[in-house]
Design a protein around this ligand. Sequence first.
Ligand code: C5P
Length: 407
Amino acid sequence: MSERRVLLIVGGGIAAYKALELTRLLRKAGVAVRPILTRAGAEFVTPLSLSALAEDRVYSELFSLTDEAEMGHIQLSRSADLVVVAPATADLMAKAAHGLAGDLASTTLLATDKPVLMAPAMNVRMWEHAATRRNLETLRADGVHFVGPDEGAMACGEWGEGRMAEPEAILQAALALLAGAGAPPPAIAAPGPLAGRHVVVTAGPTAEALDPVRVLTNRSSGRQGFEIAGALARLGARVTLVAGPVSQPTPAGVSRIDVESAREMLSACQAALPADAAVCVAAVADWRPDEAFGVKLKKGKDGPPAIRLVENPDILATLSAAGPARPALVVGFAAETNDVEAHALAKLKRKGCDFIVANDVTQPGVMGGAENAVLIVSRDGVERWDRAPKAEVAARLADRIARALNA
Ligand code: C5P
């Protein structure tokens, strides 16, 4: 493997000492290592030890004449087959997620055209913070690979998730990526908090046939539900998306079942069980014509036909009903125009679900727009989330679902 090359970015955290061992292991495996040491990283390991183990010089400065003369930073960012960030601090993850390029490490991550593997390391609260969760989701969506972090005792005296993966695990993940696998094999990839879980998501409108050409439907775009299905898949869940007629692309890693009517949607959901969670985002038609005519209704001397409506099944209430097939967590949505919290609580009880995600659709730009401001109502209380893009609301909700299932 002598031609394999890793660009190793060492961030500033106590776990930086493990980057030395990782360097040694990579060299032993015949991989060339070119280190970039951040200014904070240099507080924990010396350029000299890193350079000695890597058998290469250490790059540190973006605006260094000598560095630039030897190799421009753009060239440096592409000089390897794989970029490994270990430790990937909260700061480095945030910079990479937002495309900041104020120093050599972040510039390299923005400029590289090679796969990137991050080994996060930080305090458990920092790892669990909503900002880091969002950055993780963004980076995952951008195709960044992750290994770890592990759970355990931390240098700061706390215990939890945030310890950098062991050098041997990072080595294995790096070798898998260098072998051209595209993604590390599941055994060593960061499994994601929803790995092994199955989630059913409903999205979009339903269309209730009146005759072979006419339907009763609504204007739901399906966007929020599709975003949620994608966000759940990115956390490792197996996702079955039961979609009404919409023109949304299927999110990566999601298996989609297209349906038309509420009754078809309910059957598809029930056929997809068992599931650990169900998220009912679809705008299901409350009523359908009591009869779908087999041939197109014609204009005639009798005037317009009278259409009688009958009630559709309530998918959310049906999936929430107690029984062996009930998912452990059932989430419903509610669009309200007044007394959002009170109505959401009433709906929670009426439907028998575990969370209601409620939004005030009188707020400008919420209905059909790109942003949403929601309340998460459960028996434990109410969480109020600030207005955010729907993709971000989806990522946060997926994370909230993961925490509820793993509690
Ligand atoms: O009853 P209402 O339409 O206000 O409740 C909205 C919630 O119920 C959403 O989660 C929606 O997906 C779900 N629902 C359903 N089946 C219906 C009506 C609503 O699953 N027939």
